[in-house]
Design a binder for this molecule. Structure first.
Ligand code: AMP
Ligand code: MG
Length: 411
């Protein structure tokens, strides 16, 4: 997108187009791959397919502490008495074998002796010298974990593009994988802009406000597993903004600014971005967040979020998060959640709207969402009182209680 001769950016794109552009850019700027220790891999996006090299379990073993036996040796009525011929604890295999009428002591996870096919729990047996009396009989296979019942060698375990959950990372560890190929995480610089901003803890002069977006953005980014670097508050000084933006773009993968992207006299960022680099889009048919700006300077992607706190939240959750995830190679889109509205809703425009809301369950256990009554993208209390955004599509203007809407969970 390029400015017209007057330096304006007249176009407004739909939210769907904005998302498409974000995803295309993210794909084109996918971050390089690095190998990291499997213990560190939770939350990272896998960059390789994982194929099992071994079976899981890798040998037949006991699921209980007890005695390993042959099910066919049990008496058809009354107690069974077997001869205790050894002990196999979890750890190095003693390669024990049992023959007819014999059993071994065994602990959970210990290799099953050859010949054994069942385990009787120790609570159901009585030991007298080398004799073991079984108080219960078990079917063949009881409490035995079979080799390969979970995973077979050659099984495709995980696909590239998955964000590794703790269970997935530990599955890789259980297959003996010490390190995994993942995409590097983006480095992110955060700028808040505005002559009116002061850091919390300072004294406010009339007309000034505390910088809350810096805290919001840093915490949103940390929740994504990133480690943002917040630069000092930028005053509305285009020369200084230009210098710092260029510096940050040299050193970071992503630069996120907030404020200074609307149509006010002090909103310099769109013009600066077009001079220093490129604009992918400016202004999206969404509410809040309409003046959202996206472009690049050199190798850095620059996301210019509007200054109003709720706009920061909505644009970050809907576009910023997708950019950062896409750059890390995340293949799967976020799971879409839907909930039943607890009250009627109206909107008086044809943009996509993101309302703050709170999720809970009704007596029928179906997810429901209550829109927060606070309107206005400056009202942070409504955001703090909510846990999701309701996604209201462009074409619909009215909803009644019980209608199903899409919701986007903050977390
Ligand atoms: P702007 O987009 O710069 O015109 O800012 C829009 C609104 O958001 C104004 O009311 C600003 O004072 C407010 N705002 C901008 N940046 C911040 C910030 N970092 N923290 C809190 N409010 C902000
Ligand atoms: Mg401003």
């Amino acid at each position: 997108m390029t400015p017209d001769t007057a330096g304006n950016f007249p176009q407004r794109i739909t939210f769907a187009d904005a998302q498409r552009i974000v995803s295309t850019v993210a794909h084109a700027t996918r971050l390089p791959i690095e190998r990291i220790a499997v213990e560190q891999a939770g939350g990272r996006v896998l960059a390789e397919e994982l194929v099992a090299g071994i079976a899981l379990p890798s040998f037949d073993n006991s699921a209980m502490d007890g005695f390993a036996l042959r099910a066919c040796d049990q008496a058809s009525d009354g107690e069974t008495c077997l001869r205790l011929v050894g002990e196999q604890f979890a750890g190095r295999s003693l390669a024990l074998t049992i023959a007819a009428g014999e059993c071994t002591r065994i602990t959970t996870g210990a290799q099953l002796p050859a010949g054994a096919d069942s385990i009787v729990m120790k609570e159901h047996a009585r030991v007298e010298g080398d004799q073991v009396w079984l108080q219960r009989s078990v079917a063949a296979g009881t409490h035995v974990r079979r080799a390969g019942e979970d995973v077979q060698p050659g099984d495709h375990i995980l696909a590239a593009g998955e964000r590794l959950t703790p269970a997935q990372a530990s599955l890789a560890a259980s297959l003996g994988m010490a390190d995994l190929a993942v995409h590097r995480r983006p480095t992110v610089a955060v700028f808040t802009t505005g002559d009116e901003l002061r850091a919390p803890g300072q004294t406010l002069a009339p007309g000034e406000i505390y910088d809350s977006n810096r805290t919001l953005l840093q915490n949103l980014l940390r929740a994504e597993g990133l480690d943002p670097v917040a630069w000092p508050i930028l005053t509305d000084d285009p020369a200084r903004m230009r210098a710092l933006l260029r510096d940050a773009a040299d050193a970071f993968d992503v630069v996120i600014t907030c404020g200074g992207v609307s149509a006010g006299e002090k909103d310099f960022l769109p013009q600066l971005l077009s001079e220093l680099g490129r604009i992918h889009f400016w202004k999206v048919l969404m509410r809040p967040g309409m003046p959202l700006l996206f472009g690049d300077v050199g190798k850095a992607q620059v996301l210019g979020l509007p200054g109003n706190p709720v706009s920061v939240l909505a644009t970050f959750l809907t576009c910023g998060r997708d950019l950062l995830n896409g750059m890390q190679g995340l293949a799967r889109p976020r799971q879409r959640l839907h909930a039943r509205l607890t009250r009627d809703l109206r909107k008086a425009h044809d943009r996509r709207e993101f309302l703050r809301g709170r999720l809970d369950h009704g007596d029928d256990a179906i997810l429901r969402v209550t829109p927060h009554p606070a309107d206005g993208s400056h009202r942070l209390l409504g955001a703090a009182d909510s846990d999701c955004l309701l996604v209201l599509p462009e074409a619909t203007q009215e909803w009644v209680e019980g209608d199903i809407v899409e919701v986007l969970h903050y977390a």
